[in-house]
Design a protein around this ligand. Structure first.
Ligand code: MRU
Length: 352
């Protein structure tokens, strides 16, 4: 095991938020200081901070930073201006529901808290800190509940994951990588296989970095190698995160997750989604209603600053896809793992 400290991508520091700049890892570990809500919005949009739960925590702090910038002492006017802050943050990334969930929670607290505006601001900071602390605990619970459903053989598992659903994508510990971490701690992990995850390479850059930090054995593969690895008997289970899960269990996650679920099914390999309850959107009946973010073509045609395509080519760059519920073995939440068809049982546990 390595002695590296745990990774916390979003940290409150007395009067500002410190974000690990995830666009620079693994070559450079840099921290960005955020003091204004519009800078937080930009950090989310440009993916300095990314991953559904981490975006939620960042947006909650963004709401506080915005609240802090509001000058009025008049409550009604304060709430009106806070809505402008909320709308700016909502416009950053459309798919991860944790963003909208965290903003709505901050707004509800603002509306329901009595007292002067200065007191409201204090309560908003405490609420953002609470969301962060809760997410860390939630991820640890997801990791531990995941152990209950991982295949019982072999004793040491080879787990394939996609994108980065690790500490960097949450308040810490991770969802899919939380399950990996818990398995590692209990001596149930042989190694992680990390999909590179084109086009932004979160698997290559971030998942492998987290594993190396923690001394977890990791093998990187290009995305198109997963079926071959399964056929060779190298993979015992697939565990991925989620950006939004519809009420029927259809799951939006990083583009390429759907391919992985299909090839896992073809090889009879269990396919798990690990996510907090805050990622489930019970207002959406099925996955076709989940908004899919389309990002800049540049992410596809450039690697670093080098263009890899000839001029004259057109591009399509959806950042997420939706895996149908029937391809998912179980959804692992902080309240335990359920088959997608039983997701509704968790509805009453959700904090809104
Ligand atoms: O575009 P990203 O990097 O924000 O996408 C991240 C993912 O798709 C993760 O798998 C998901 O947010 C779960 S993070 C615990």
């Amino acid at each position: 095991m390595s002695g590296n400290p745990p990774v916390y991508p979003v940290v409150w520091k007395e009067d500002h938020v410190a974000l690990i700049d995830q666009t620079r890892l693994p070559m450079e570990y840099a921290v960005v200081e955020i003091r204004r809500y519009d800078d937080m919005a930009r950090a989310i949009q440009t993916m300095i901070v990314r991953g559904a739960p981490a975006i939620g925590v960042a947006a909650a702090y963004g709401m506080y930073l915005g609240a802090r910038e509001i000058q009025t002492e008049e409550r009604g006017e304060f709430l009106t201006q806070l809505e402008t802050v909320a709308e700016t943050l909502r416009q950053t990334r459309p798919t991860a529901v944790n963003l909208f969930w965290a903003i709505a929670r901050m707004q509800t607290v603002a509306r329901q808290t009595l007292g002067p505006v200065s007191y409201l601001k204090k309560v908003l900071l405490e609420t953002a800190q609470g969301i962060q602390a809760e997410d860390l605990k939630t991820c640890q619970a997801i990791g531990d509940r995941g152990l209950e459903v991982l295949p019982s053989t072999p004793q040491k598992l080879r787990i394939l994951t996609h994108c980065n659903a690790g500490a960097l994508a949450t308040a810490g510990y991770g969802t899919a990588l939380g399950v990996v971490r818990s398995a590692w701690k209990c001596d149930r992990l042989e190694r992680v296989y990390a999909d590179e995850t084109r086009p932004r390479l979160q698997g290559a850059k971030l998942t492998t970095w987290e594993c190396v930090q923690e001394g977890i054995p990791v093998t990187a593969i290009a995305d198109n190698m997963a079926a071959h690895c399964m056929k060779q008997g190298l993979i015992d289970a697939v565990v991925v995160g989620a950006d939004r899960i519809a009420a029927n269990g259809d799951t939006a996650n990083k583009i390429g997750t759907y391919n992985l679920a299909i090839v896992a099914k073809a090889h009879l390999i269990p396919f798990f989604v690990a996510a907090p309850l805050s990622t489930i959107d019970f207002t959406l009946i099925e996955g076709s209603a989940i908004p899919i973010e389309i990002r800049d073509a540049e992410e596809l045609y450039q690697i670093g600053s080098t263009r890899i395509y000839p001029l004259g080519v057109e591009f399509y760059n959806p950042a997420f896809d939706v895996t149908p519920a029937e391809l998912i073995t179980a959804i692992i939440t902080e309240h335990g793992a359920v088959a997608p068809s039983h997701l509704h049982q968790l509805h009453s546990q959700q904090v809104v």
